[in-house]
Design a protein around this ligand. Structure first.
Ligand SMILES: Cc1cc2nc3c(=O)[nH]c(=O)nc-3n(C[C@H](O)[C@H](O)[C@H](O)COP(=O)(O)OP(=O)(O)OC[C@H]3O[C@@H](n4cnc5c(N)ncnc54)[C@H](O)[C@@H]3O)c2cc1C
Length: 446
């Protein structure tokens, strides 16, 4: 049996790819190493912005989430300033991750996708240089499955992508672009938090942040992420810095665990001959906050739509699948690329600079809201503010922030002009040139 589309990984990206492709009439096989009942279980912050569901047209059954809250509160490192980010279109949903994953899986199966669970994919198989299926080990031993197109949706495992003989597609993400996370679900004794809490601190959580998200009925999801290149243990950092925080006083552990999150821009190209990559494996997570559930589903949906078109045109080599890159970059990748520039700015800023910037309204809550919605940073910096910054010796921070906003705009424009297959190498060179115009400061942390 040769399938039209073989999806590796029944996570958010894979289930969405499988259900969309099946609805479009493709013969779809979905493989996952987990047993069917465990699909959806994942160490996660469990938070999803409601706008993702709206744009995907997904109505979430009540059993898929614990609670909703009006938004997020972001705290400065000295805890003296906080930004409340709220918007009717951006309500935060605290998911029951397993129930949500099972809901996505049921959507795929009821649309016609065939599931083989407890099948551990080990590598791609090739025909004439193009990906033509995968091999692995399942309940009945080793075997291979063939397909006209393979969708790599195995998350950070990236088990298919890593086996492609092309340096760009198989490249592991640099550790500077990956967050090492640890989180605990805890039952608290305190008052329920009314919104998601985010704590910035470049010394306790270098390159990342800590969070406490309400799950309802006194339960919280609390954790932190640290840039993986720091080599620090996120669990130790959690126990030292997050566990003693006031909202967790007297709380008891329900469960804990760690995981990796790629927090950068998408891969330059997410296709190879016979292969399309979506979700964490393609680095579709928002670099602003590390949320990847919504964008992984979006990438899976676009992948399936382009796959159906390419199959009916009879062209599943890189050029035939190229439209997937274009549509994803227009829908989300351009915003990600812009926010990736902002992420680097934040990571290069000291606690003192972040405290100062938040206290003096250099970036305001409305700016953060706009950035998270469309990826733009509009600065309200007046000449008066510039003079004040010069007076207190922080002009360098202001200059860097202005330059960051300019580069964000330029990068976003380039991504919105994502090239045809033929223009790819030239486009990559332009992106690199713009990005490298922003140099990190000599001194990184205070
Ligand atoms: C600690 C932590 C906190 C996070 N918090 C949030 C948050 O609050 N909000 C948010 O939006 N995002 C969050 N994320 C990110 C989010 O979880 C991911 O972006 C999202 O799950 C990506 O979906 P995916 O389908 O690409 O991958 P996954 O959900 O990881 O799915 C991959 C699937 O592939 C399967 N698989 C892997 N290897 C193989 C193999 N060899 N053979 C067969 N199957 C295989 C796995 O079993 C899994 O089912 C967090 C991540 C972590 C680690």
């Amino acid at each position: 049996m040769r399938y039209d589309l073989l999806v590796v990984g029944a996570g958010c990206a894979g289930c969405m790819a499988a259900s969309t492709a099946s609805k479009l009439g493709l013969k779809v096989l979905l493989l996952d190493r987990k047993d069917e009942a465990s699909i959806g279980e994942k160490v996660c912050g469990d938070a999803l912005g409601s706008h993702h569901l709206d744009s995907l047209g997904l109505a979430l059954p009540r059993e898929c989430y614990h609670s909703t809250s009006p938004g997020v509160e972001i705290h400065s490192p000295d805890l003296k300033s906080s930004f409340v980010i709220e918007d009717e279109s951006l309500r935060a949903i605290s998911l029951d991750r397993r129930a949500f994953g099972q809901f996505l899986l049921r959507q795929a199966i009821s649309a016609g996708a065939e599931l083989v669970d407890r099948f551990h994919v080990s590598s791609p198989i090739f025909e004439g240089g193009a990906v033509a299926g995968v091999r692995g080990i399942g309940k009945d031993g080793a075997r291979a499955y063939g397909a006209r197109v393979v969708a790599e949706c195995s998350g950070t495992a990236s088990v298919v992508r890593r086996g492609i003989p092309d340096a760009e597609i198989s490249r592991p993400f640099p550790k500077e672009d990956v967050m090492a996370c640890y989180r605990e679900v805890r039952r608290t004794k305190g008052e329920a938090l009314d919104r998601l809490q985010i704590y910035l601190d470049q010394e306790k959580t270098p390159g990342g942040y800590a969070w406490i998200f309400p799950l309802g009925e006194g339960m919280v999801n609390a954790g932190l992420g640290i840039r993986a290149s720091e080599g620090a243990s996120p669990k130790e950092a959690f126990l030292e810095h997050v566990a003693p925080m006031e909202p967790l006083a007297g709380s008891t552990l329900v469960n804990g665990g760690g995981g990796l999150v790629p927090t950068s821009k998408p891969m330059d190209s997410m296709v190879y001959d016979g292969l399309m990559v979506a979700g964490d494996s393609a680095s579709t997570v928002s670099p602003m906050h590390g949320g990847g559930i919504g964008s992984s589903m979006l990438s899976g949906k676009i992948l399936a739509e382009v796959c159906a078109e390419a199959l009916s045109a009879g062209s599943v080599e890189r050029k035939g699948l190229w439209e997937y890159n274009k549509r994803y970059m227009a829908a989300y990748g351009a915003k990600q690329a812009s926010l990736n520039v902002f992420r680097k700015f934040l990571q290069d800023s000291t606690n003192e600079e972040i405290n100062f910037g938040m206290a003096h309204g250099i970036v305001k809550p409305s700016d953060v809201l706009l950035a998270s919605k469309v990826g733009d940073l509009n600065l309200s910096i007046t000449d008066k503010a510039t003079r004040a910054f010069r007076g207190i010796g922080k002009l360098d921070f202001l200059v860097r922030l202005r330059r960051t906003a300019r580069v964000m705009k330029a990068v976003k424009k380039l991504y919105l002009e994502y090239p045809d297959f033929e223009g790819f190498a030239g486009w990559v060179a332009k992106v690199r040139a713009v990005e490298s115009s922003l140099k990190p400061p000599k001194k990184r942390r205070s």
